[in-house]
Design a protein around this ligand. Structure first.
Ligand SMILES: C[S@@+](CC[C@H](N)C(=O)[O-])C[C@H]1O[C@@H](n2cnc3c(N)ncnc32)[C@H](O)[C@@H]1O
Length: 342
């Protein structure tokens, strides 16, 4: 069924915007039900899809109809549904799958935090501490293990997609060792070790995260004999000596945590160590809607922010680093290449 699309007036556009949660919830429901996985290359009747994902057909049609308004799935004139470029990204097996990102951005805790955005804007502080009585990553790993798993998988998806870009950009010839601080499950380290066959790597992240490190890095993995896996909190200490430190998508939390992390990295590396900070910037991005939404989510959960070039530069200089170069890794990521001064 097709409906003539004319641009709605402002009064309807605003109504549509305030129902943004309905769109997010519909995407989450489709991802959890596995609708995109059940729909193959050929269009399917909603009754067949409903049988495959074990739902009632009528509400499934309503869910799909809502999503087609956003270009996620399409309904054909015979009433069957087919994939679009966006709905394919909800499939678990798509090489560029966004299924885990979809789940992560709509996890249960987010629905508790968003209503408190006015409070966070008023105070400038995160709301997770009040909601759950502990810091966000502590809450996640101690009290919400399913959300923690979704987070780690979502980060791995993003990392896999950007790790190769990071490895392609960085020239580490001349360095013997690299350490990824808050490196998640280790895709960046793995890509760098694959690029440099004589290099030694270290992955440091929270204990529960490194327990699930990339299989290439774990005992028996292809890179295991060239990697050290260090469980730890980089705000407490960075017990790793390396020629180059990577800090990617970490310095988005509160300023005190950023300062402590940089201080510990600089102390560990010592004079002349290279420190490469990689971040999504909110002032140089092809998607302001995504970046500003993520910026607000960071305010809610860790009292943090997506940086502008200027705010990142001021944090790095404030820590005492010398910035040698700022360059794009890909359209969404920038690398700040720094040195610890002598
Ligand atoms: C946004 S993810 C980025 C992961 C990875 N660097 C990447 O770019 O894909 C943030 C990472 O910081 C880790 N993290 C959070 N607090 C940490 C801490 N205090 N010490 C070390 N790692 C921490 C999280 O476990 C997570 O892996």
């Amino acid at each position: 069924m097709t409906t003539a699309q004319t641009a709605p007036p402002p009064s309807m556009r605003l109504r549509e915007l305030v129902f943004g949660a309905a769109c997010a919830a519909a995407l989450r429901a489709a991802a959890r039900l596995g609708v995109a996985d059940a729909l193959g290359d050929r269009p399917a009747a909603v009754e067949d899809l409903a049988a495959a994902v074990k739902t009632e057909p009528k509400p499934l049609r309503r869910l799909l109809r809502a999503l087609t308004c956003y270009g996620v799935f399409t309904e054909r004139s015979d009433g069957t549904f087919a994939h679009t470029d966006m709905s394919r990204l909800l499939r678990e097996d798509d090489p560029a799958s966004l299924r885990n990102i979809t789940l992560w951005c709509t996890e249960p805790w987010t629905w508790q935090a968003w209503p408190k955005l006015d409070e966070a804007v008023r105070t400038g502080h995160n709301v997770v501490q009040d909601l759950f009585g502990k810091e966000f990553f502590v809450y996640l790993n101690e009290d919400a293990p399913e959300s923690a798993d979704v987070f780690n998988k979502a980060m791995t998806t993003s990392s896999k997609q950007s790790a190769q870009d990071v490895a392609d950009l960085l020239d580490l010839s001349g360095a013997a060792s690299v350490a990824d601080i808050g490196g998640g499950q280790g895709h960046v380290v793995a890509s760098l070790l694959e690029k440099y066959p004589a290099m030694h790597g270290t992955l440091l992240d929270l204990p529960r995260v490194v327990d699930n490190a990339d299989p290439r890095l774990r005992p028996g993995g292809a890179l295991a004999d060239r990697v050290s896996i260090v469980p730890g909190d980089c705000r407490e200490a960075v017990p790793v000596t390396a020629d180059v430190y990577i800090i990617k998508n970490i310095l988005e939390w509160d300023d005190e945590s950023t300062a402590r992390c940089l201080r510990n990295v600089m102390a560990a590396g010592g004079p002349k160590a290279r420190v490469v900070v990689i971040e999504n910037l909110v002032d140089d991005t092809p998607s302001m809607r995504f970046s500003t939404a993520m910026d607000l989510l960071l305010l809610l959960n860790v009292g943090g922010a997506k940086h502008t070039t200027e705010s990142m530069v001021s944090r790095l200089k404030g820590a005492g680093l010398v910035i040698d170069d700022i360059s794009p890794v890909n359209p969404y990521l920038h690398a700040f290449d720094c040195t610890v001064p002598v």
